[in-house]
Design a binder for this molecule. Structure first.
Ligand code: EAX
Length: 356
């Protein structure tokens, strides 16, 4: 009973503090905010439980969800069950943009998402939206584990998001129902669903296709009904969402790598006792290795699973033509301007890439 009351009180207090902050003077929101904090100070008393709601757009068999289950096990172990994470996948709590807003409002406490939708809130993750910036998972993982990767993960606290750790989604490939994609010109005229990210859309636009941004929860139906011809995602996403059942071809372009930050709502995190904050961060870091293993295993097995299940045809195009076709994004988007990749971040990321 205590944990439910506490969770309700925390959410209500946070909701009240946000509501007051939106509609009246800062005094009342500060007061209710401090009430939430002081409430949690007493809440740190022996035996209280912090039961968090976490969300993703991915099915329970996907490594995002498997990683969050592992994180929950580890943080429960470290806190004797005082901190718990109840994860809800398959867009039950909304799109990735909805999840970001949910953490800001306090209606959801944690999430794991691709970095691309963060472009609506900050520019600091845009470096990952440069096509072919990574050649291998090892390079991507080295960047996520590096100082600059940690800085990027922690760069949105002013937006109400505390970075817990880097999970990953993987290298993105194109699926469609019209033709195998062996060269950029094969994309000409195809309606391709992309994430809601200006750089992803530009990459598919310069290759001649018609990029259509859409939340992940709508993609299967859009492909089934022919609203779009194709989409682009890593093999574990394609396989776990059974997109091969409504797609004929998968072309292993590997045009982008999606890291997947795990966030906790800053207001909720700040109201947690330090010992539980440390336990959560440690559990996050310890779950990364496991999550990466799950991605590697599903990447290795996914094409065969789908070929047997649906007969989807895989092809492995030469990447150079796609790199050449999208190279213009580096000139267009690496600038000290809003909506662009900071040259400093780009150079620091490339230092790590070139060293791995
Ligand atoms: O982050 O929307 C997408 O295509 C993402 O890859 C998916 O939601 C996992």
């Amino acid at each position: 009973m205590k944990k439910k009351v506490l969770a309700v009180l925390m959410t209500a207090a946070l909701a009240v503090s946000v509501a007051a902050g939106c509609s009246s003077s800062s005094d009342s929101s500060a007061a209710s905010g401090s009430a939430a904090a002081s409430g949690s100070a007493t809440a740190a008393a022996e035996g209280d439980v912090y039961e968090m709601i976490s969300g993703s757009t991915t099915p329970d068999t996907h490594p995002y969800n498997l990683g969050m289950v592992k994180l929950d096990e580890l943080v429960q172990e470290k806190t004797g069950g005082a901190v718990k994470v109840d994860h809800f996948g398959s867009s039950q709590l909304g799109s990735e943009r909805d999840l970001i807003e949910g953490l800001q409002l306090g209606s959801v406490q944690m999430c794991v998402i691709s970095t691309a939708p963060l472009s609506g809130f900050t520019d600091s993750f845009l470096v990952f939206d440069l096509p072919f910036i990574f050649e291998t998972s090892a390079q991507a993982r080295a960047v996520m584990d590096s100082e600059v990767g940690t800085e990027i993960l922690n760069s949105v606290e002013d937006q109400g998001l505390v970075g817990v750790c880097w999970f990953e989604n993987g290298f993105r490939n194109v699926t469609n129902n019209v033709r195998p994609i062996n060269a950029p010109e094969d994309l000409k005229g195809l309606k391709i669903r992309t994430m809601e990210n200006q750089m992803h859309m530009e990459a598919f636009r310069v290759m001649g296709s018609d990029p259509t941004p859409m939340a992940m929860g709508e993609v299967f139906t859009a492909l089934q009904q022919g609203t779009v011809d194709g989409q682009e995602n890593p093999v574990p996403i394609i396989e776990s969402n059974k997109l091969d059942e409504v797609q004929k071809y998968i072309s292993m372009t590997g045009h982008l790598f999606s890291p997947a930050p795990v966030f906790i709502s800053k207001a909720y995190y700040d109201a947690m006792p330090a010992e539980y904050q440390e336990a959560l961060m440690a559990a996050g870091l310890e779950s990364v290795e496991y999550q990466r293993q799950q991605i590697d295993e599903q990447e290795a097995a996914g094409l065969e699973v789908m070929a047997e299940r649906s007969g989807i045809e895989a092809n492995f195009p030469e990447k150079q033509a796609f790199k050449d076709a999208t190279a213009s994004l580096y000139d267009t988007y690496i600038k000290d301007e809003a909506g662009c990749v900071s040259p400093d971040i780009y150079e620091r990321v490339m230092e790590v890439v070139n060293a791995n």
